[in-house]
Design a protein around this ligand. Structure first.
Ligand SMILES: [Zn+2]
Length: 286
């Protein structure tokens, strides 16, 4: 007859394993154990940078900057651009970023025929899923223009709307980085969702030089989902305007801000291809 394990040792092993399992399960359920790349935005300052209208020719440079800074961000992608450039969309996910839906063709969702609203969302999701393997649950309508019909269609698709808290007008300030930076400096506060467009090389420049400012001010750069957590389908977050200045950001020594590569900023990229639904261009790059 084989010798049974020493009963005392066996008992303590079981107790140890059970205790470890309890610690992990309770920790996970209460949020005390998190992935290494996760942060608790209820305890530290977080900001969610978001980039609309891509993927575009400057997206890869932006991804490298974000990766170099251990920063996360959320990209609201235009469906037909993803369909035309699936590898570009895939690289966003491969870089650890969140992808979300910015409609199929950047139409004004509040004025297109209502029967076209669901397909603007579903076609973009299909393209993003096909390119990246990820099905977005967040969307941002072109121009932030939305209404009950849009949110109802989104709810049917299990999607939540994300607008923004800070709009630095990066497309208007394409040749004036200081103006965009001023808006960021005065408007960002803990928990802000910030609207950018990675269709502008100048926006990438701004982000390159402003990330060190954010980090020196104690901000963690996270995705929208990391910042806000799960969103109720059909709900809407944020608005279309800046609020009163927060003035939460202090300057850092100029020497701590990286100099830009000595390359002229190319002309801003148009939203291309823009909607071909007659008269339904949203009227701007938002
Ligand atoms: Zn847009």
């Amino acid at each position: 007859m084989p010798k049974l394990p020493d009963s005392q040792a066996w008992r303590w092993t079981v107790i140890g394993v059970v205790a470890a399992v309890v610690v992990v399960v309770v920790g996970a359920l209460t949020g005390h154990i998190r992935r290494a790349d996760d942060v608790d935005c209820t305890r530290v300052k977080c900001v969610a940078l978001t980039f609309d209208d891509g993927p575009g020719p400057f997206t890869d440079r932006l991804l490298q900057i974000l990766k170099d800074n251990d920063a996360k961000a959320t990209f609201f992608l235009i469906g037909n651009k993803v369909a035309a450039n699936p590898d570009g969309a895939k690289r966003i996910v491969d870089a650890g970023m969140e992808v979300a839906n910015h409609t199929w063709e950047h139409a004004n969702m509040t004025t297109i025929p209502p029967e076209l609203i669901p397909s603007q969302l579903s076609k973009a999701n299909d393209a993003i899923k096909s390119a990246t393997g990820v099905t977005p649950t967040l969307y941002r309508p072109a121009g932030g223009l939305s209404n009950d019909a849009v949110r109802h269609a989104a709810k049917q698709l299990g999607m939540a709307e994300i607008l923004w808290d800070v709009i630095p007008f990066d497309w208007i300030n394409d040749s004036d980085l200081a103006a965009t930076t001023y808006m960021l400096k005065t408007q960002i506060r803990p928990g802000s969702v910030v609207l950018f467009h990675d269709t502008y090389s100048s926006t990438v420049d701004v982000v390159y030089q402003f990330i060190p400012v954010l980090k020196a001010n104690g901000y963690h750069l996270v995705t929208v989902s990391q910042l806000l957590g799960p969103r109720e389908p059909g709900s809407s977050y944020g608005g279309r305007e800046n609020g009163p200045p927060a003035n939460d950001i202090r300057d850092i020594p100029p020497a701590d801000i990286p100099t830009l590569p000595n390359t002229p900023s190319p002309k801003p990229m148009p939203n291309f291809p823009i909607t071909d639904i007659p008269g339904q261009n949203s009227g701007g790059p938002q």
